[in-house]
Design a protein around this ligand. Structure first.
Ligand SMILES: *[C@@H]1O[C@H](CO)[C@@H](O)[C@H](O)[C@H]1NC(C)=O
Ligand SMILES: *[C@@H]1O[C@H](CO)[C@@H](O)[C@H](O)[C@H]1NC(C)=O
Length: 414
């Protein structure tokens, strides 16, 4: 053989070896996939997502319930839309203006349609949607997979799914929170997909927020049915309620992903029941948990302190990170917890949480947060808005006040 022929032979045999190798590897990947259906093979799980293209990152906006419960009307909804724009919150991503319970008359009209309550929504929902859309925002509405909603002041959509979905689509609705009160006793796994199909049939992409309170572990079946699913009962504006809900939601971390999110309920920040530090914990955990960031306070009348929390761009960026991986508790020692989750660009979100009554020091170990042992890491403190001068190897320690947290983005630099 000539030298050129020999070289050709070497090339051809190299190509053949590589082909065989890649076939072997593909077979290995395939077989691990077929075994790992319930596990964390996001490639397979993503195939089961609701294909309406919504919720690629967790939804952000506002909902009327936590602050106003049934005391809502079209003017305050419009004023809230205005305030989302004038405060700059809409630019940060808070786009959904979501009406909760109590917006309709107790009876349907003679065509079977839901009727906006005449005393509070006299212009109708279509006009409100037009207004909200004119501000560059989206309008959300509320119904229930039962005969009446939880307030019992308006009908639910059970048995009227297609009719109501069509009405919502005609009005220009962008988001549906679908509650679970006053139902017929059948399982949510039976009732919720009926609304999913109805929304699909309506032809309008409508974010479907399943609110069955975590009763039947919707994280396990919610992805082809909704864009988010409540994992818990209702939040209250107290530290104990907030932190216990954070615990319940964390259990399902593996099931959150772009298009389908765990929902630990709406934010209470700004409603007055917790200290500033506790609200910072609340907002931080919701952000790293890739929870919907739905403000629950009066946007028209926010304190500077509330605004500082909910308008923290760096914390919002963690929530909206394209990886879409929910953080988990990686270490718990008494009142001390370390939460962490991967972010795009080899970065890691790290939360040091002190649930106890006194100030204490908390250490996060690289081993726990999946950073290679000898990596030198730069730390950005997201509430101090400071990149720490010190670089860290192997661990990071901070002193954390009672009912407070530290939130960092860690970036390996060497
Ligand atoms: C605005 O908020 C303050 C407390 O932050 C409260 O005292 C006041 O009543 C609120 N105003 C309105 C109109 O709700
Ligand atoms: C933290 O890292 C430093 C060196 O970077 C080391 O001296 C120290 O022992 C470590 N602490 C723990 C708790 O691992």
């Amino acid at each position: 053989m000539t030298r050129t022929e020999k070289l050709e032979m070497v090339k051809i045999s190299t190509i053949l070896v590589m082909m065989v190798l890649s076939m072997v590897m593909m077979t290995m990947v395939e077989s691990s996939r077929s075994v790992d259906v319930d596990g964390d093979d996001s490639e397979i799980l993503r195939r089961h997502l609701l294909a309406n293209g919504l919720g690629v990152t967790p939804p952000m906006g506002w909902n009327s319930w936590n602050h106003f419960s049934c005391n809502i009307d079209e003017n305050m909804i419009k004023q809230t839309a205005d305030a989302l724009v004038t405060t700059g919150l809409s630019k940060l991503g808070y786009n959904y203006v979501n009406i909760d319970d109590c917006w309709a008359e107790i009876a349907r009209d003679n065509k079977g349609s839901l009727v906006p309550k005449k005393s509070t929504f006299p212009s109708g929902i279509k006009a409100l949607a037009d207004y909200v859309h004119s501000k560059g925002l989206k309008l959300g509405i509320y119904s229930d997979a039962g005969y009446f909603t939880c307030s019992k002041t308006m009908p639910g959509s059970l048995g009227y799914e297609e009719h109501d979905a069509k009405t919502f689509a005609e009005w220009g609705i962008d988001y549906l929170k679908y509650d679970n009160c006053n139902n017929d006793g059948s399982k949510p796994t039976v009732r919720y997909p009926v609304m999913t199909r109805a929304l699909m049939k309506s032809g309008r992409p409508i974010f479907h927020s399943l609110c069955e309170w975590g009763d039947m572990h919707p994280a396990l079946w919610g992805s082809p049915v909704g864009n988010s699913w409540r994992t818990t009962n209702d939040i209250k504006d107290t530290w104990l309620s907030m932190i216990s809900i954070a615990d319940m939601n964390e259990v399902y971390a593996e099931h959150a992903r772009p298009g389908g999110w765990n929902d630990p309920d709406m934010l209470e920040v700004g409603n007055g029941g917790m200290t500033k530090e506790e609200y910072i914990v609340h907002f931080s955990i919701w952000a790293i948990s890739k929870a919907p960031l739905l403000l629950g306070c009066d946007i028209r009348n926010m304190t500077k302190e509330t605004m500082e929390i909910v308008a923290n761009k760096e914390v919002i960026a963690i929530n909206q990170d394209p990886h879409g991986v929910q953080a988990k508790k990686v270490r718990m020692e008494g009142d001390i917890e370390v939460w962490a989750g991967p972010l795009s660009g080899y970065r890691v979100a790290l939360l040091l949480l002190n649930r106890g009554p006194s100030r204490t020091s908390i250490t996060a170990l690289w081993d726990d947060i999946e950073i290679p042992a000898n990596s030198i890491v730069q730390a950005r403190d997201l509430w101090e808005h400071k990149t720490l001068k010190q670089k860290f190897v192997g661990n990071l320690t901070a002193t954390v006040d009672s009912h407070a947290c530290k939130l960092y983005v860690l970036k390996p630099v060497a």
